[in-house]
Design a protein around this ligand. Structure first.
Ligand SMILES: *[C@@H]1O[C@H](CO)[C@@H](O)[C@H](O)[C@H]1NC(C)=O
Ligand SMILES: *[C@@H]1O[C@H](CO)[C@@H](O)[C@H](O)[C@H]1NC(C)=O
Ligand SMILES: *[C@@H]1O[C@H](CO)[C@@H](O)[C@H](O)[C@H]1NC(C)=O
Ligand SMILES: *[C@@H]1O[C@H](CO)[C@@H](O)[C@H](O)[C@H]1NC(C)=O
Ligand SMILES: *[C@@H]1O[C@H](CO)[C@@H](O)[C@H](O)[C@H]1NC(C)=O
Ligand SMILES: *[C@@H]1O[C@H](CO)[C@@H](O)[C@H](O)[C@H]1NC(C)=O
Ligand SMILES: *[C@@H]1O[C@H](CO)[C@@H](O)[C@H](O)[C@H]1NC(C)=O
Ligand SMILES: *[C@@H]1O[C@H](CO)[C@@H](O)[C@H](O)[C@H]1NC(C)=O
Ligand SMILES: *[C@@H]1O[C@H](CO)[C@@H](O)[C@H](O)[C@H]1NC(C)=O
Ligand SMILES: *[C@@H]1O[C@H](CO)[C@@H](O)[C@H](O)[C@H]1NC(C)=O
Length: 580
């Protein structure tokens, strides 16, 4: 894992969200501020070696299915991390798939990873065909002209096939000099010929394909760059070509390897936006050469996360604010790192033991943050995002989401005010930590948003909710819950129906530590959503509020999903070819 200096930004003392917040959506939206949303905005990073262990249960598979149903495209998974640079591959290695699933490292001692063909067999069927991979290759091992990287690439090309999107070469190479893997003066211009050599050799392995790469993958955040190891630096050094459509950097806002870590920064919008604003020049550099920028590995706290922080509902709220703010500055994707036992993982795939005790497989709150984002991204067309002007402070944040015709489609509001509850204070999947409890009644805020929406229209309002910011369980998205056992849907989402007022305003209440998403109810009906198999949609009224429970029997008014679009384009292309 990694060591990153904790950048302590001025942490203002915990404030409070006022009891009323009035905001207005500026119409028309300022073109210069709108950024398009990648459907894979929330993506995943898993050590190459760990994916077989995740494949032992259905938890990750079913989480992926739920997310992908909403976004109408498979998940993007980067297989990489510290162990990428310890990995070798042999086509004759006969380690069985079952052995890989047990967490076996290979023939060498602990710390080295030897992969063979059965490695791929150990997980492939679980996630195929929708999941697409980025594979991080070993750049440290120079033996026999980078045989480790090149032979591994051959295995990846053979067994992942079209499921492979990109290769990375080297994990966190900005540390190679200080860790003794290269000379201490090794910089991007010295890295370039090594990188190009490996890239050329891989291309030679698959002449019928155009192999693409994600370059960068540096450990240090944009505000502590070593040498020229950042995106402007490597582009200047020559990392620029049509085979590099993506650049990435890693980011852990708090270090779990050393130093104190706290839950507080997860609930501070200004801390998050200050950190992320450092990436504006990284995005600009990538875009200047026609490429895209991703945070290629990230999470709440480095070094497998920290119980009491990473496994809380605060982390779910943080994820939502993180990816939406990142999107507003042009970061296209954010890869959340997961391990099989880490408290920062969305799911824990199997029971495990630590010195502190025995823990179960299960679902952690971060999953519900990712699920909430998939509801935001659920749409049949491209969406664009911007912050709502005047709609953010230390404790709250808001975003407006538009379609390509610049029509307002969705509104997201996050109340990040801390609230501690003794309910849901533990999760059998992670170690117990002190359970705090706030003495006062949970504060509530009435938000009124002036919108351009037609009065009288029916809107769906859904909530990312939990008992308190510190809760580790009992989190859901408007009743939508995943089974702790296998990640399948156990309870369907219930849309609350609200109506656009006479003057175009909408109002809703939300609690300290809660997020809401508002959109036309017709949009919910137009897109596919995951539901409990065999369930029926239902309507109800509670205290005059209309609620509609989604069901597996719901028909979708107009499903223009991506596969249909692709089929149509293929037909059109065929017709054009036939005509010409
Ligand atoms: C990994 O393998 C190499 C070569 O066989 C060996 O020198 C090294 O000690 C091993 N690493 C660990 C952590 O055991
Ligand atoms: C480096 O790669 C070679 C294969 O080219 C392998 O035999 C050797 O064990 C690797 N070294 C380490 C330290 O992993
Ligand atoms: C974990 O489970 C094992 C096997 O059941 C048991 O021997 C051990 O005492 C347990 N450890 C803790 C810390 O409870
Ligand atoms: C995992 O642990 C839970 C709780 O102790 C137990 O109920 C379950 O049977 C275990 N599952 C497996 C596969 O061992
Ligand atoms: C977010 O809040 C900060 C501090 O109040 C303010 O300076 C900034 O303009 C706000 N951003 C937007 C988009 O309103
Ligand atoms: C909740 O507990 C955390 C951790 O002790 C603390 O930092 C925070 O201020 C508490 N929040 C409230 C509202 O008491
Ligand atoms: C969802 O969470 C809310 C708030 O914590 C809770 O009241 C409700 O019972 C939960 N619903 C389900 C189905 O878990
Ligand atoms: C719009 O109407 C609502 C409900 O009558 C009211 O609360 C709100 O203040 C009005 N907004 C404006 C901008 O007049
Ligand atoms: C719920 O109400 C909506 C709107 O009135 C209606 O279209 C739908 O058929 C109803 N669903 C059920 C299950 O009654
Ligand atoms: C998306 O759905 C809307 C109706 O919800 C429709 O007007 C629009 O044409 C659709 N766009 C595409 C690209 O299918």
């Amino acid at each position: 894992m990694k060591e990153i200096l904790l950048l302590l930004l001025s942490l203002s003392t915990a404030g409070a969200v006022p009891s009323t917040v009035d905001i207005e959506i500026t119409v028309p939206a300022k073109d210069t501020l709108l950024r398009s949303l990648d459907r894979n905005l929330v993506s995943w990073s898993i050590q190459n070696r760990d994916l077989p262990i995740f494949a032992r249960s259905k938890l990750l598979e079913n989480l992926f299915k739920a997310l992908s149903t909403n976004i109408a495209i498979g998940q993007s998974v980067r297989l990489g991390g510290g162990e990428s640079d310890k990995t070798t591959y042999g086509s004759d290695i006969s380690i069985t798939a079952k052995k890989y699933q047990s967490g076996y490292y290979g023939a060498q001692a602990q710390g080295n990873v030897t992969l063979g063909p059965n490695y791929f067999a150990s997980f492939k069927d679980k996630y195929a065909p929708d999941t697409r991979y980025i594979w991080c290759l070993n750049l440290i091992n120079t033996t026999n002209n980078f045989e480790a990287a090149i032979s591994t690439a051959a295995g990846v090309l053979e067994y992942l096939g079209d499921e492979l999107d990109l290769f990375e070469i080297g994990n966190e190479a900005d540390f190679y000099g200080s860790k003794g893997f290269r000379d201490s003066n090794w910089d991007a211009s010295m890295m370039l010929p090594e990188w190009n050599y490996i890239a050329d050799e891989i291309q030679r392995l698959a002449p019928e394909k155009t192999i693409k790469f994600m370059a960068g993958g540096f450990a240090n955040p944009a505000y502590i760059v070593t040498k020229d190891f950042d995106i402007p630096g490597i582009i200047a050094a020559g990392f620029q070509s049509s085979r590099i459509p993506w650049y990435s950097m890693h980011l852990y806002p708090q270090s779990g390897c050393s130093g104190a870590v706290t839950i507080a920064p997860l609930l501070e919008h200004n801390t998050l936006s200050d950190i992320l604003s450092n990436y504006i020049p990284q995005v600009a550099a990538a875009e200047s050469v026609g490429a895209q920028f991703a945070i290629g590995e990230t999470n709440t706290v480095s070094c497998v996360g920290r119980p009491g922080i990473s496994d809380t509902f605060a982390a779910a709220l943080w994820l939502v604010d993180y990816v939406l703010f990142a999107a507003t500055i042009g970061v296209r994707r954010v890869y959340f790192h997961a391990t099989t036992k880490g408290s920062y993982s969305p799911v824990i795939p199997i029971n495990y033991s630590l010195e502190s005790g025995n823990y179960s497989a299960g679902v952690l709150p971060l999953s519900y943050g990712a699920y909430f984002v998939s509801e935001i991204l659920s749409f049949n067309d491209t969406l664009l995002v911007t912050q709502i002007e005047g709609g953010n402070d230390t404790d709250y944040s808001s975003y407006s989401i538009w379609d390509e015709k610049k029509r307002l489609r969705k509104i997201v509001f996050l109340n990040l005010q801390s609230y501690n509850s003794s309910t849901g204070g533990t999760n059998p999947a992670t170690p117990n930590t002190e359970v705090y409890s706030s003495a006062e009644v949970r504060p509530s805020t009435r938000v009124t948003v002036a919108t351009p929406w037609e009065p009288g229209q029916e809107l769906s309002l859904i909530r990312l909710q939990g008992p308190g910011s510190n809760s580790k369980s009992l989190v859901n998205v408007s009743s939508f819950t995943l089974s702790e056992k296998d990640g399948s849907v156990t309870s369907n989402l219930v849309d609350t129906i609200i109506i656009v007022q006479e003057n175009g305003s909408i109002s809703f209440d939300l609690l300290a530590s809660e997020a809401v998403l508002v959109q036309h109810y017709s949009e919910v009906l137009a897109n596919r959503h995951p539901t409990k198999s065999g369930s029926k949609a239902a309507n109800s009224t509670m205290d005059g509020v209309v609620m509609r429970t989604r069901g597996a029997d719901m028909s979708f008014a107009c499903r223009h999903d991506l596969s249909n679009k692709i089929i149509i384009s293929v037909i059109l292309a065929t017709i054009i070819l036939l005509i010409s």
